[in-house]
Design a protein around this ligand. Structure first.
Ligand code: SF4
Length: 385
């Protein structure tokens, strides 16, 4: 069994509802909010099913409510979900409990309620502080609402808040992006995620790009945005710890997301949610209706399941960890896969080291900033099966 037992397991809950479907978004969500109630019922059922199976496992130390827009759930719906979680699983005393919130969907009272429920971390989907960029992204909120929800969260007592931003938008200049970064750090969040806009197949943005109705930034421009982000946030005291993630210090990195990059075990509940446990990965169906139906019939809503072979696991280990600035601990890698990293990946490592895209530091092989900038092109080079 190779699941990383040095880390405690986590729980992800996917809340698949949004008021409006943003044109660039690839996450599974629907706008039929009338389905929320039957969904919550099914979700509680799914939690109970897994609780029976994982009852003797170690205490979980993260819960992450993502989506979709979890902040669309009512207080009673959230209360029920937490009741089932607490009844079914044991949690560490310092469990990190995150909820994604969208500005314009909640106020101070709801934030206070989250606090009472035990939620101790917020991830706010700000994306931009420019009105026209928010319109391009089809976000339903304004920059003012983003500032308001942030300040309300501080007043409600949240001392661990992350802000999500997106760069390389159509027509965006580096100056525009710097303004958004400036406005973000002025709020002093503990954490900032800065994502390069992608055009995923099947999204309206992808179709508009193909039809020539939307333009994307060049690869060169995307590199400039990436480096600008790093330079700007480093200067503001944020530590770049993963390709798209920055934290004010190591205590406020996203403990939950770190599990994904280090093969730690996690259970995912809700439609489209993924789980990883004892070298098995499985994913739930990507349909609220199907999800509700299956759980109603007493079946697990699983669409796909695989057991990771050692080759795949080894590649994923490299692929995921090289996204973090900790990189690969060479001694651990050799212990786990019985051969040195540098022997297995001799060619790739030599090339990356020679080109200044990677470095070996404190017995760790890791990408440099220059390497991180092009990591999507680099990482597939490590496939050996
Ligand atoms: S609010 Fe978030 S999850 Fe919902 S459609 Fe927009 S980007 Fe996607």
């Amino acid at each position: 069994m190779n699941t990383n037992r040095s880390q405690k397991p986590g729980i992800y809950i996917h809340i698949p509802f949004c008021r409006h479907k943003c044109g660039y978004c690839d996450f599974y969500s629907i706008t039929a909010l009338s389905e929320q109630e039957p969904f919550v019922e099914a979700l509680c059922r799914e939690i109970d099913v897994y609780a029976k199976r994982f009852v003797s496992e170690a205490a979980f130390d993260t819960i992450y409510l993502g989506g979709g827009t979890p902040s669309l759930l009512s207080e009673t719906q959230l209360e029920r979900i937490f009741e089932h979680l607490r009844r079914g699983f044991s949690f560490a005393d310092d469990c990190e409990i995150t909820i994604e919130v969208n500005p314009g969907t909640i106020g101070f009272d709801t934030l206070q309620f989250y606090k009472k429920l035990g939620i101790n971390r917020l991830s706010i989907g700000v994306q931009s502080f420019h009105k026209d960029e928010l319109q391009i992204l089809e976000r339903i909120h304004s920059a003012a609402e983003a500032r308001e929800v942030f300040s309300a969260a501080r007043h409600a007592g949240f001392d661990n808040i992350g802000i999500d931003l997106i760069y390389a938008l159509p027509g965006q200049t580096v100056e525009d992006w710097r303004y958004t970064l400036q406005e973000a750090i002025a709020l002093r969040p503990e954490h900032i995620s800065a994502y390069n806009l992608t055009f995923e197949e099947g999204t309206p943005f992808y179709n508009r790009l193909k039809e020539g109705k939307l333009s994307r930034q060049t690869e060169e421009a995307e590199k400039v945005f990436f480096l600008e982000t790093e330079t700007f946030l480093n200067a503001a005291g944020y530590h770049h710890y993963e390709v798209s993630n920055f934290a004010r210090n190591s205590a406020v990195i996203s403990r939950h997301n770190y599990k994904y990059w280090t093969h730690a075990p996690y259970l995912g509940f809700g439609p489209s949610a993924h789980s990883y446990w004892e070298d098995q990965r499985w994913a739930n169906v990507r349909s609220v209706t199907r999800y509700i139906d299956l759980l109603g019939q007493g079946e697990r809503p699983v669409a796909f399941r695989e057991r990771l072979s050692e080759d795949v696991r080894q590649f994923e280990d490299v692929f995921l960890r090289l996204r973090t600035y900790e990189g690969i601990e060479l001694e651990r890698f050799e212990r786990e896969y019985r051969r040195p990293f540098i022997t297995i990946y001799k060619e790739q490592a030599r090339r990356l080291l020679n080109e200044g895209l990677a470095e070996i530091i404190h017995d760790r092989f890791r990408l440099t900033s220059k390497g991180m900038m092009v990591c999507d092109a680099i990482l597939p080079q490590f496939i050996t099966y």
